[in-house]
Design a protein around this ligand. Structure first.
Ligand code: ADP
Length: 268
């Protein structure tokens, strides 16, 4: 069922996948982090929510197969329906179409104990064997890090641009450069870098303070010629909305500008 073409060879020499005839995906934005726990899935969801709010048709492909958190962030529990050989994405209350491994597991706490090739195959099928319909922006939540799984996804999907998520610690700034360099080697345009958990907002007095000191992300961006997209505070309201499955109700102003930062559209 998986179709491949030679014309669109990835920088790594891998042919790009094609979607089924029931899907038309205009642009693909992938969200990457150098390591886990920096808020990559949260930023993926907030970006999709901003695009949806602006009237676009939006999907999230949760490629984090072994740590899928998108259904939890959007309060999705039901198994996806199928249409012949194809799966139908689940729909969030705000109208975001979602495909995630956690929607297919009998219990959402079940682990996926798979080796790399199986994980890569599952991600590819989420692209090729899902009836996405008409989508303006497919936001892909990549597996964390720079290992085999994110590499395969970036090589096999025709990604238009990459948003990189970091957190303010020195360590996060160092590992995020690994993600950036990997994307550059694969010739994937980097839209910019988001710093998450930059400051903490006191729920009592409303004052903000930097838990990790001055964030390193802005400095790292200017040193390496990367666009600094903005900061997200560590906000108890966002944490609560995430836990309630209502993350798409949280608005981040700078994420609405992402479409204008994508390189011009090329024919797929
Ligand atoms: P990653 O995908 O990088 O592993 P997640 O996006 O899954 O990290 O984040 C884990 C949890 O951390 C989220 O479910 C959310 O509850 C919380 N979180 C992330 N960013 C923030 C933030 N800026 N403010 C409050 N909570 C946050």
């Amino acid at each position: 069922m998986t179709q491949m073409i030679d014309a669109q060879k990835a920088a790594g020499g891998m042919p790009k996948l094609l979607v089924s005839e029931h899907s038309r995906i205009r642009r693909i934005i992938a969200v990457m982090s150098g390591k886990g726990g920096v808020g990559k899935s949260t930023v993926t969801t907030l970006l999709a929510a901003a695009l949806r709010h602006d009237g676009h048709r939006v999907g999230i492909l949760d490629a984090d197969i072994t740590g899928p958190s998108i259904p939890k962030l959007l309060g999705l529990r039901h198994k996806p329906a199928s249409d012949g050989d194809l799966l139908l994405p689940s729909l969030s209350q705000s109208g975001i179409r979602v495909m995630s491994m956690n929607l297919l597991l009998p219990h959402d706490s079940d682990p996926v104990i798979w080796r790399g090739p199986l994980v890569a195959r599952a991600v590819q099928q989420f692209y090729t064997d899902v009836s996405w319909g008409e989508i303006d922006y497919l936001v892909v939540d990549l597996p964390p890090g720079t290992g085999d799984s994110p590499l395969t996804v970036l090589q096999s999907l025709p990604v238009d641009g990459l948003v990189v998520v970091s957190s303010p610690q020195d360590l996060a700034a160092m590992v995020v450069m690994k993600a950036v360099k990997m994307a550059q080697k694969l010739e994937i345009p980097i839209i910019g870098v988001v710093e998450n958990m930059s400051s903490v907002k006191c729920p009592y007095c409303g004052e903000s303070f930097s838990l990790f000191g001055e964030g390193q992300t802005r400095r790292m961006c200017s040193e390496h010629g990367l666009r600094f997209l903005g900061v997200l505070p560590l906000d108890p309201l966002l944490a609560k909305l995430c836990d309630q499955g209502l993350a798409d109700q949280y608005d981040v102003a700078f994420l609405h500008g992402i479409p204008e930062l994508l390189p011009p559209c090329t024919e797929r």
